[in-house]
Design a protein around this ligand. Structure first.
Ligand SMILES: NC(=O)c1ccc[n+]([C@@H]2O[C@H](COP(=O)([O-])OP(=O)(O)OC[C@H]3O[C@@H](n4cnc5c(N)ncnc54)[C@H](OP(=O)(O)O)[C@@H]3O)[C@@H](O)[C@H]2O)c1
Length: 222
């Protein structure tokens, strides 16, 4: 069986995506900064009959991403799906006139260097498998910059450009690259923003491929 590596695997969207892909037989590599949190979630998923393990990595420290992905591949097998969905920290979410170079450095590490590191590390395995999906998850500022959240707006623009170029380049290799835009807060029970509904969209992006960019709900003017 192959593996989905979930970078940014928390109790919200991360857990829902793990359950959705786990139901299809994927092994689950749950990655976040807190080893305690991902191990606790992995244990819950194992109790539900899924194969899951937790790994620590901070996306702002590239070597930790490499180590986590290496360990996951050794433990669970080849990574067929990479989902990049860490929740941005509040420090990136500052208004444009207050945003400093240091704020931007953190946002760029988080949203550009992190994805580039992870993608480089999983691509060879996907090519060996002959298939794969790389799924990015972002909020509305990736589709329309917002002066209230300058760090993510600027860094998400770079992440979006990188992801779209990957999509266009890898399409001939049966590796699908997609971006899910979630325009407002993830809310349990909401018809479009419930974690399970969003996880279903990510599953469809992997299984059916299709467009590069998918919206959880339409965004006016985009
Ligand atoms: N929550 C929303 O309302 C909302 C709205 C729009 C879009 N989104 C998108 O949805 C995704 C997150 O979904 P969610 O909010 O439900 O979160 P979640 O899956 O519950 O958790 C995300 C996890 O990201 C991890 N994380 C944060 N910073 C990290 C870092 N530097 N390195 C590694 N892991 C890190 C955190 O774990 P640790 O603290 O252990 O690192 C957290 O548990 C993100 O792509 C976000 O852009 C969320």
């Amino acid at each position: 069986m192959t593996t989905i590596a979930l970078i940014g695997a928390g109790r919200g969207l991360g857990a829902a995506v793990a359950r959705r892909f786990g139901a299809e037989g994927f092994d689950l590599a749950l990655i976040s900064r807190s080893i305690e949190r991902v191990e606790t979630l992995a244990a819950e998923l194992r109790d539900e009959g899924l194969t899951a393990r937790g790994y620590a990595a901070n996306v702002r420290e590239p070597q930790t991403i490499v180590s986590a992905l290496d360990e996951a591949t050794q433990d669970l097998g080849p990574i067929e799906v990479l989902a990049y969905a860490p929740l941005p920290q509040k420090e990136f979410l500052r208004p444009v006139l207050e945003t400093t170079v240091e704020d931007l450095r953190a946002a760029v590490e988080f949203s550009i260097y992190g994805p580039v590191t992870a993608v480089h590390h999983v691509l060879q395995g996907m090519r060996y498998l002959g298939r794969g999906s790389i799924l990015f998850v972002n909020g509305s500022s990736a589709a329309r910059p917002s002066a209230g959240v300058a760090g993510t707006s600027i860094a998400f623009a770079g992440e979006s450009a990188y992801a779209r170029m990957l999509h266009d380049t890898l399409t001939t290799e049966s590796i699908h690259v997609g971006q899910l835009i979630i325009p407002s807060a993830i809310t349990p029970g909401h018809p479009t923003h419930d974690p399970g509904v969003l996880a279903e969209k990510l599953w469809t992006m992997h299984a059916s491929r299709g467009e590069f960019r998918v919206f959880a709900e339409p965004m006016a003017g985009v």
